[in-house]
Design a protein around this ligand. Structure first.
Ligand SMILES: C[S@@+](CC[C@H](N)C(=O)[O-])C[C@H]1O[C@@H](n2cnc3c(N)ncnc32)[C@H](O)[C@@H]1O
Length: 240
């Protein structure tokens, strides 16, 4: 990492916050990723040309396998919360009926890159893509999605913003819908890189509870946990 990038320092967020009082970590994250992408620096799954396509494809296939085991059918509506540049979305989009994949993100810039990368897939499958706003969440919830997933997102949510994150996420879950969240699991909560957080399962479960959801610990949960490897953990979330 070079010295000329203001975001490549651990205190970069704090410096930014000083200049943007009231600014959220999520806003800084978008600014930082934009900066890297525009500077042509490697960003693993975002931008016009994510760096590690092989890993992205492997993650996407794994997510798809989990969803199939959880009973995804092609006529279901599925929300990807924090859809980024549609790296994870590809096999899901391929499988679902046109219009049934809904990608939400805190900015439209990242999914615009995805649209440009996969024009044929987007033309055939007509994903619904929107920026997360209260109105957008209401519109999406009215479609009664059966699955709401967030992969590689919680690891970029700062501790002080977890409650807000899960409140918005759980707002999309109708009774009976399945929430599936991937996260980086550790024995303590810590920021291991400028924009990367590792959490204890108990920290996230408590945030889910506060947000009005429940972390499932049933057979379905066992099914999801068998996919865990290394520090990658999954939470299966339902409504209380
Ligand atoms: C590493 S990318 C993962 C994208 C996609 N899920 C995938 O696996 O290819 C993280 C995404 O989460 C989004 N994100 C970050 N903080 C968020 C938050 N607080 N709420 C919703 N999305 C967020 C970012 O804008 C970015 O698109």
């Amino acid at each position: 990492m070079s010295d000329d990038n203001p975001f490549e320092k651990f205190n970069a967020w704090l410096l930014w916050k000083k200049e943007h009082p009231g600014g959220k970590f999520s806003e800084w994250y978008v600014t930082a990723m934009d900066h890297l992408i525009k500077a042509g620096k490697p960003v693993s799954c975002l931008g016009p040309d994510p760096t590690d396509q092989e890993l992205m494809d492997k993650n996407a296939e794994k997510a798809m396998a989990m969803l199939m085991e959880l009973g995804l059918s092609s006529s279901d509506r599925l929300v990807e919360y924090g859809c980024g540049s549609l790296s994870l979305a590809r096999p899901i989009l391929e499988y679902l009926d046109p219009g049934h994949y809904i990608g939400l993100d805190i900015t439209d810039r990242f999914y615009s890159y995805g649209k440009a990368r996969y024009p044929d897939l987007v033309a055939r499958k007509q994903p619904q893509l929107a920026v997360i706003t209260p109105e957008a969440l209401d519109r999406v919830r009215a479609q009664q999605p059966r699955f709401v997933i967030a992969f590689a997102v919680v690891g970029h949510v700062a501790p002080g913003e977890l409650d807000y994150f899960f409140t918005q996420f759980i707002r999309l879950l109708e009774p009976g819908a399945v929430g599936l969240v991937e996260f980086k699991e550790g024995e303590r909560d810590f920021q291991h890189w400028y924009w990367d957080f590792t959490y204890r399962r108990s920290t996230l479960s408590a945030a889910v509870e506060r947000a009005g959801g429940v972390v499932e610990s049933n057979e379905k949960h066992a099914l999801v946990r068998k996919y865990e490897e290394g520090d990658t953990g999954y939470l299966l979330i339902g409504q209380k």
